[in-house]
Design a protein around this ligand. Sequence first.
Ligand code: ASP
Ligand code: MG
Length: 453
Amino acid sequence: MITVMKFGGTSVGSPEALKRVADIIMNTESDKAVVVSAMSGVTNFLVGASENPDCDAEAVARQFEAKHLEVASQVLGEAEMKAFRKDFDERMGRLRALLGSEASRSDPYYRDDVTSQGERFSSLILAHMLRARGADSVALTSEDCGIVAEGSPLSGSADLARTASNMAIKVKPHIRGGGIPVITGFYGIRNGAPLTFGRGGSDYSAAVVANALDADLLEIWTDVDGFMSADPRIVPGALLMDEMSYGEAAELAYFGAKVLHPRTIEPVRTKHIPLKVRNSFRPEVPGTLIHQFSKPKGGLLKSVAMKTDLSIISIESAEIAFYPAIVGRIIEKIAENEVVIYSISTSLSSVAFLVHNNDVKATLNKLNSINTSGDIEMIEVKSNVALICAVGDDLLGRCGVSGDIFSAVKEARANVEMISEGASDVSLNFVVPMSKVTDVISVLHKKYVRGEQ
Ligand code: ASP
Ligand code: MG
């Protein structure tokens, strides 16, 4: 049995947190591989440095070096510190050269290279801690493992098949021999250079590693207990969810729960690898298990999530019914700004998009730019709305679900501004004014998650 264990930035963010993590790993029976994020704050620091054309490279390197050496000196004994220093100085040498090189700054992949550096050092510290505890552990970079990436700067994806065949040769034998590789999260290699998977991408890396190793379990260790049935700041009676299906987790991960990066599900879902979200600060809590099927629950809903500060942009055009390609053109234009579209709803003569309040201006500019032929008759914007996502089993297949949900919305005296139902059988999404969102969530949670009337 192989377990892939991933530890996030806060879990490796201080000497105390690192010690807890080393204990968790040593107490886990089974063959295992570890994937880590950079220590918390480090990636932000590197992003700042990579985006500042006037940054003092030596000052950045010195600050980075001092932080990691300070932490290492608190978690490693004298003998291990000596061995660590050898590897550390080598990696620091490469980082200094990278930061100091004027030529590499113009490389479109320069920022990926700089921002991915934090993981190389957190993994090194942890591997040496495990060695000091008697494990045969090595720090492996994504280069060492052969994690293959494709795509554009700062938003790569992994090539799962090539990564699996590389890791079968480069990593699996070490695990099978009882070793514990500690692998860098957040990036893969494209044409020999690092390509990051987007901010927060270490969760995705861990899923890619689990997929490549044909793991039996992926554990994402973070700083919360797991997925909750609602945001506990809004709903005091929110419950920790003990299990969910991949589909439910994929929907919820997009809703600002920040428990799991939304891209984490796919690489494990394709191989039916169960995923557990655990709290490294409270390892006694069992966390949330995400797997193929979840047990049906008594209540109609399992959880209610929301995304706030959104705007509805509605576009009227008689052409939509006769010339559906116009919808394609509109989406394509909006996507040029890399604006996220949270929901779409259409009628025969209009289409409505849900975007973040901050993206409205850029989106309107784009829409005006395609309206040269006058196909668009009217554009309307309604700002300060919130999207509510109600998640439950088989919502599409059950009779009366929408009726029940919207009667509760009526009870909260909220007007529904837009609805998206039918695209997913585990979620029903709809939009209400921001001023009503907490009332709606509270009523839905009380009635259909907790089952109180
Ligand atoms: N260190 C990277 C970031 O902060 C990746 C991660 O933590 O998941 O975005
Ligand atoms: Mg994270």
